[in-house]
Design a protein around this ligand. Structure first.
Ligand code: AMP
Ligand code: ZN
Length: 479
């Protein structure tokens, strides 16, 4: 089946065709590392992760490049506030970012280029833009001249006139046009910077991304992603810079995710309505958090509130409990008639899952297909206490592929390890403990043997010594 993607460039769904057969190259804007990421940022990274996982499932070799912005006004401010160096701030928060990715079961991007390690590539790109007449230097700053780039505004739909009107308030006498943007910013001696043909300075944010994207993915790649705030000006400017340089489209499909909101408002640092991934994981499991973040389509907002989190938790429990029930079924050699029926129901749900994901990564519909499998398993387990070994394996494997491999919700089931053997294990363990105690009694080590009995009693066992043997049972639980 063909995959269709909503392309912000053109604002319509298009059939996805990669540039190179069997291969997909993606660039997703990464974090500015000045603080811990919040679950709004996590939404953007999980959307990219699910896109990547689904394309991998479809058999593509995926290269996902996601940058780390480690030089920026916010980082500099943070360094001043804390007394730490800019490098230290960058290191602390990029380590924390990778920790959060791992905790949320987000696959590590194939390459994580850092802006500060690509300064010479950036300087070269800026120089070339000046040579080609797209950029100009003023007192150590370099600006992109948007009037020179005819296609400016093609991604965001921001027309030049609107830009000029909107930008009138900004007074920067250095710019020819208020909407021109900085490719290189002069900075004072003593501030973090690099030598350049225009003096001591540092790169602008937009040129970092387009330079690193093209370095690792080529002049034109398949997909460029990020949250919708990046459409303008960040991605519009990336297009202008890159296409002015190469004369070729930078990316073919532009994917932008909607907000994670709180009471309908964007979760953001500046509004102070954010919760970091680290804090959220103290309250919810990674599975619940991930489920919640993909429960809405990526182009719809998703609101973080108590009810939605209670619902996400209940849904994850429903999914895992069906899987536990499936696993605890006894196995028999041959598949029966009902087993075949279960398999065909599961295959049908898998087909619906793929259909949903093929339609612009429609995760809520894909999740609905998972619940069809949950329902089929529950009906089966209500009626049977055995299942054919092959059927069990097949249903489990489909489940694992869809839930864990594609949606990234790691399967976690207690019974997977014990598989209904808890009782037998408990009996065997008690036998060993009581044998040791018996031996102590034989040796008249009364103190140790009494201690073992007392400790067992404390954790809920009743131990009775009779002349013939020692018996044990569990104390009735009282609530
Ligand atoms: P930043 O570090 O601010 O550049 O953000 C990293 C990524 O998170 C970008 O793709 C943003 O668009 C995205 N992002 C930030 N806030 C939210 C939010 N509340 N909901 C969804 N995505 C967001
Ligand atoms: Zn970017």
């Amino acid at each position: 089946m063909t995959l269709r993607i909503f392309n912000t460039l053109g604002m319509r769904k298009e059939e996805f065709k990669p540039l190179r057969e069997g291969e997909v190259r993606i660039y997703a804007c990464g974090p500015t590392v000045y603080d811990f990421i919040h679950i709004g940022n996590a939404r953007a990274f999980i959307v990219a992760d699910v896109v990547r996982r689904y394309l991998e499932y479809k058999g593509f070799k995926v290269t996902l490049v996601s940058n780390i912005t480690d030089i920026d006004d916010k980082i500099i401010r943070r360094a001043q506030e804390t007394g730490l160096s800019i490098q230290e701030i960058g290191e602390i928060y990029s380590d924390a970012y990778f920790e959060d990715l791992a905790a949320l079961n987000i696959k590590k991007p194939s390459i994580n280029p850092r802006a500060t390690q690509h300064i010479s590539d950036i300087i070269m790109a800026v120089q070339k833009l000046i040579e080609k007449g797209y950029a100009y230097e003023v007192e150590g700053d370099v600006y992109f001249d948007i009037l020179k780039f005819d296609d400016y505004g093609k991604l965001s739909g921001n027309k030049m006139e609107a830009l000029e009107a909107g930008a009138r308030i900004e007074v920067n006498p250095k710019k020819k046009n208020p909407a021109d943007f900085a490719l290189w910013k002069a900075c004072k001696e003593g501030e973090l910077g690099w030598h350049s043909p225009w003096g001591w300075g540092r790169p602008g944010w937009h040129i970092e991304c387009s330079t690193m994207a093209m370095k690792y993915l080529g002049e034109t790649f398949d997909i460029h992603m990020g949250g919708k705030d990046l459409i303008f000006p960040h991605h519009e400017n990336e297009i202008a810079q890159a296409e002015a340089l190469t004369g070729k489209p930078l990316a073919r499909y532009w994917i932008h995710n909607e907000w994670l909101t709180v009471n309908g408002q964007k979760m953001s640092k500046s509004l102070g309505n954010f919760i970091t991934v680290k804090d959220a994981l103290k309250m919810y499991s990674p599975q619940v958090l991930r489920f919640f973040l993909i429960s809405a389509h990526y182009r719809s907002p998703v609101d973080f509130n108590k009810e939605s989190m209670v619902a996400a938790k209940a849904n994850v429990e429903r999914i895992f409990s069906a899987l536990e029930r499936l696993i605890s079924l006894k196995e028999r050699d041959k598949n029966g008639e009902e087993d075949e029926e279960l398999i065909s129901q599961v295959q049908e749900a898998k087909r619906k899952f793929e259909e949903a994901m093929d339609d612009d990564f429609n995760t809520p519909l894909a999740i609905a297909a998972i619940f069809e499998i949950v329902k089929a398993i529950n009906i089966y387990v209500d009626r049977n206490d055995e299942i054919g070994t092959e059927a069990k394996k097949e249903v489990y494997n489909v489940f694992k592929t869809l839930v864990e491999d594609i949606l990234g919700i790691k399967i976690e089931i207690k019974k997977k390890y014990l598989e209904g053997r808890e009782e037998a294990i408990l009996k065997n363990l008690m036998e060993i403990i009581l044998e040791v105690r018996q031996e102590m009694r034989r040796r008249k080590e009364w103190k140790i043997s009494d201690e073992i009995r007392d400790k067992l009693q404390k954790i809920g066992f009743i131990i009775e010594d009779t002349p013939k043997e020692t018996r044990w049972r569990l104390k009735e639980e009282t609530h």
